[in-house]
Design a protein around this ligand. Sequence first.
Ligand SMILES: CC(C)(COP(=O)(O)OP(=O)(O)OC[C@H]1O[C@@H](n2cnc3c(N)ncnc32)[C@H](O)[C@@H]1OP(=O)(O)O)[C@@H](O)C(=O)NCCC(=O)NCCS
Length: 211
Amino acid sequence: MRLKHSSSPAPVAPNPSMGLVLPPRSTLRKAGLASPRTLLFPIDVSDAPELWTTIDASRWHLERWLPWVPYNGSLETTMHYAEASAADWDAGRALRFCIRSNPGHELLGVVGLDSCVYLHRSCELGYWLKREATGRGLMTEAAKACIDFAFRTVGFHRIRCAAGTNNYPSLRVIGRLGFRFEGIARQAELVGTRWLDHAVFARLAVDDPPP
Ligand SMILES: CC(C)(COP(=O)(O)OP(=O)(O)OC[C@H]1O[C@@H](n2cnc3c(N)ncnc32)[C@H](O)[C@@H]1OP(=O)(O)O)[C@@H](O)C(=O)NCCC(=O)NCCS
């Protein structure tokens, strides 16, 4: 296990000498993380049916940029993903949230912190929104709440984020979130039959937040 679990329901201030602190999934399942128009809840198996219908309805919009979409071909596969996400949270490997509308609790997408490394206090931000939820600033808002959680509650020092060099909507989100450009990773991702070059960015806990 890489992360220490906090038994207290209140967010625990990170102590730089002690590594990362992870609130229990059950606590965040109840309270969620709030942004003005969204609530973020750790992914649970009970989210799988709604996740499946959401992914399936936005398949053509998502599969252009996300290599896993063609492999998510049934409710059963989505169930496995949700189960794995819950286990990943509990083991401190990845912290993935369902984004739900507030009010309404409609499932809009996913934002998460993958590849959590205790030793370096680092992780990777990833996200998607169903097509109908795009163009309203909801991902920028949800990702801000997730980043705030990563730095202030868990105690991460560095968050990496990468997007295809021609994934302009995602690059604009990354820009609005205050990430700094670090370089290009050539042919970093195979999406369908296309190799994507990645523009790689990072934000540090000590960086100024975006205005
Ligand atoms: C990447 C993705 C999440 C971006 O979604 P998005 O809706 O463009 O991003 P935001 O939620 O930040 O919304 C920003 C847009 O809403 C508009 N907007 C409307 N009201 C707004 C508000 N109150 N605040 C901010 N933006 C607002 C902005 O003009 C902006 O459009 P622009 O970037 O064309 O100028 C979405 O395109 C997606 O899911 N793509 C497929 C999956 C994917 O690519 N994932 C990332 C892989 S790296």
